[in-house]
Design a binder for this molecule. Structure first.
Ligand code: ASP
Length: 297
């Protein structure tokens, strides 16, 4: 079976920021799509989504890799995950502080270990052994803690900018990858949805999905996996995403999450209940398409 390669990336669900960042966002989203597609054509879907996310981590414009937001202590703790739908296998890392590209470390967990998720010091030791590039040292910037209530009752805190990518290659293999600095002001050691397979990312032989927004909501709802199940019932990615989003809206309210998915037919769609979720896709042989910008700026 042959498929037309497609890659899609997002830059996080949440409130919109300044116009200056909009230009940066768009530039890097396009760059990420192009680099991801190139890697997918040369290698496969997993390498495509890996490369797409690494471009966004390196841009410093998003809440992932170099642009990660600090926790309550002013420290950076990042999470990332990647899944190969054709093998039903994933790798992920959580609460890593010193790795420049957490998604690359997640990829090595997938490729080189018997595990799915490695956290904190253990993940950092692995990165050291692999000789992965380190984050430049940053000054600590203390943040106001988000302590008084559950995250989804504090939706105004959701700025977004987490990154993720989904793709399908010419051999119809699907893959998903996600990376984040988490929510600004999170407690030290807090891990969101991004490194949890089935929550922040998921891929099988029919769909690849990534989620963004309030990680607690995404994890509790196992949202990426829910989309895969809704796809089984409907065979339509846009309907599957909408069904899951409707459930989120009823249970946790609006301003909470965004979802991006691609299916085996090459259909791509995103749903979000936040002000914005910049995302884009690139089909082989066509120009990139960018969506999800706010209606007012
Ligand atoms: N989902 C991420 C987290 O909760 C944050 C985001 O998507 O903006 O860690």
């Amino acid at each position: 079976m042959k498929c037309l390669p497609v890659i899609a990336v997002h830059g996080g669900a949440g409130h919109w920021r300044t116009k200056k960042s909009l230009e940066g966002f768009l530039k890097y989203i396009e760059e990420s799509l192009m680099a991801g597609m190139e890697s997918m054509l040369e290698k496969n879907a997993v390498e495509g989504v890996l490369k797409a996310v690494m471009v966004l981590e390196d841009s410093g414009e998003f809440n992932a890799g170099l642009g990660s937001v600090p926790n309550i202590d002013g420290e950076i703790e990042m999470d990332a995950g990647i899944m190969d739908g054709s093998r039903g296998d994933a790798g992920a890392v959580a609460a890593v502080r010193y790795v420049k590209n957490p998604v690359l470390l997640a990829y090595y967990v997938l490729k080189n270990t018997n595990h799915v998720l490695i956290v904190g010091e253990g993940a950092e030791r692995l990165a050291e052994q692999l000789g992965l590039e380190k984050m430049p040292i940053r000054e600590r910037q203390r943040r106001d803690p988000i302590l008084s209530s559950r995250f989804w009752a504090r939706k105004e805190e959701l700025i977004g900018d987490t990154v993720g990518a989904v793709g399908i290659d010419s051999k119809c293999r699907l893959a998903a990858a996600s990376s984040t600095g988490g929510l600004a002001g999170k407690l030290k050691g807090r891990v969101g949805d991004t490194p949890i397979p089935g929550a922040g990312f998921y891929a099988d032989e029919n769909v690849a999905v990534v989620a963004t927004g309030i990680g607690e909501v995404i994890t509790l709802g196992a949202l990426s996996r829910q989309v895969a199940e809704a796809w089984q019932a409907t065979k339509r990615i846009e309907i599957a995403l909408r069904l899951v989003m409707n459930e989120v809206n009823v249970r946790y309210g609006e301003n909470t999450v965004g979802l991006l998915g691609v299916d085996i037919y090459g259909n791509v769609h995103a749903e979000y209940n936040t002000e914005a979720m910049p995302w884009g896709y690139l089909r082989y042989g066509e120009n990139p398409v960018i969506k999800g910008l706010p209606t007012r700026m």
